[in-house]
Ligand binder design. Structure first.
Ligand SMILES: [Zn+2]
Ligand SMILES: [Zn+2]
Length: 342
């Protein structure tokens, strides 16, 4: 306090304090990360608890069936196109032979057996193609009927499943939010006590030589508290907390400044009074005090007690200094508001 610290050393202290601040920030970050890494609720498991397994099984079954149906329908369509071609070819052949047959009959001759057989064959071929075409058509309409039934069931199932999935999701979100609150509480229960401790140390141990360490701890923990709040609380909420915290801090500094203005610090007060007595002046109003040894005395201008009778040795002592110059007894009176003699 008394001997001024050399400039180089002051810089070193300042630098090391800054370094310490960053190390504190870092260290607190590690602890907070570990708290943050706590395992949260298992989303898949919660979803599964809310969704009936049979429904999911049925859903994939229906999907598989729908795919198979599409394939079958495509196959039947192919057959249909194919048979349509066969039909027209067979029809042309049949017509040709039928005309030939009629011409022979018209000319009054008996058509050869070979021609009759060929005509019969062409007719059979045409009939067969027609039957197969019809068969494919019927199959397609049957398959489409099944497809429709499946689509209806899928729709109902989708509705039921989406309700269950929604329930699962909100159940998960409820648990997840609770988990985040727990994490936030865990983090705050680490940084807030640290911040309170640092504030207490800085406020109480004003004369400690380790003050830079305390200030580094205070600033780093304050920053961490702010970051945790910002991360975990909604922006609206954080805004209020931030403003209230700032008001409290500024108010704290202001009250401190006002108080030290109203009541000067002990060393300042002591120095002022010592110098006044040395110069034979009243410490309160600077009026000149007569140089009379061994008598009680009050200031003629403002009326404060300057020399009084010592409670311990009955000698005459300086009322506005801590010790009696005869016996050294300490008095607490000197610190208070000086008493005005009557
Ligand atoms: Zn005076
Ligand atoms: Zn004394």
């Amino acid at each position: 306090m008394t001997s001024p610290t050399p400039r180089g050393l002051r810089w070193t202290i300042w630098l090391l304090s800054t370094l310490l601040f960053f190390l504190f920030i870092w260290l607190q970050g590690f602890v907070l990360e570990d708290i943050n890494d706590q395992e949260g609720p298992d989303r898949q498991r919660i979803q599964n608890e809310h969704i009936e397994a049979e429904l999911v099984e049925r859903e994939s079954q229906l999907k598989r069936q729908a795919r198979e149906l599409e394939r079958d329908i495509a196959r039947q369509e192919e057959i249909k196109t194919n048979r349509q071609e066969s039909m027209s070819v067979a029809q042309r052949t049949w017509n040709q032979f039928a005309q030939e047959h009629r011409r022979v009959l018209d000319s009054g001759r008996q058509p050869p057996a070979e021609l009759s057989t060929t005509l019969k064959e062409a007719q059979t071929l045409y009939m067969k193609a027609t039957d197969e075409f019809e068969e494919a058509n019927t199959k397609i309409s049957d398959l489409q009927q099944i497809q429709h039934t499946i689509a209806l069931e899928q729709e109902t199932l989708d509705r039921a499943l989406s309700i269950q999935r929604g329930d699962g999701y909100s159940a998960y979100m409820t648990l997840y939010r609770a988990h985040r609150w727990r994490v936030a509480a865990g983090k705050l229960s680490f940084v807030v006590p640290l911040f309170v401790l640092a504030s207490w140390l800085v406020a109480r141990k004003r004369k400690s030589i380790y003050r830079p360490v305390m200030i580094a701890l205070l600033v780093s923990s304050f920053l961490r508290v702010g970051l945790v709040m910002h991360e975990h609380f909604p922006a609206e909420f954080f805004k209020y907390v931030g403003i209230i915290a700032s008001v409290i801090i500024v108010l704290g500094f202001l009250v401190h400044a006002l108080r030290s203005a109203a009541t000067p610090k002990e060393d300042v007060l002591l120095r002022r009074r010592r110098e006044a007595y040395q110069k034979n002046c009243c410490p309160e109003c600077a009026y000149t005090v007569p140089d009379e040894e061994g008598t009680t005395m009050a200031c003629a201008a403002c009326g404060v007690d300057l020399f009084t009778v010592c409670d311990a040795c009955d000698g005459i002592r300086h009322e506005l200094l801590p010790h009696c110059r005869h016996c050294g007894a300490q008095s607490e009176r000197w610190r208070g508001v000086p008493a005005v003699a009557h």
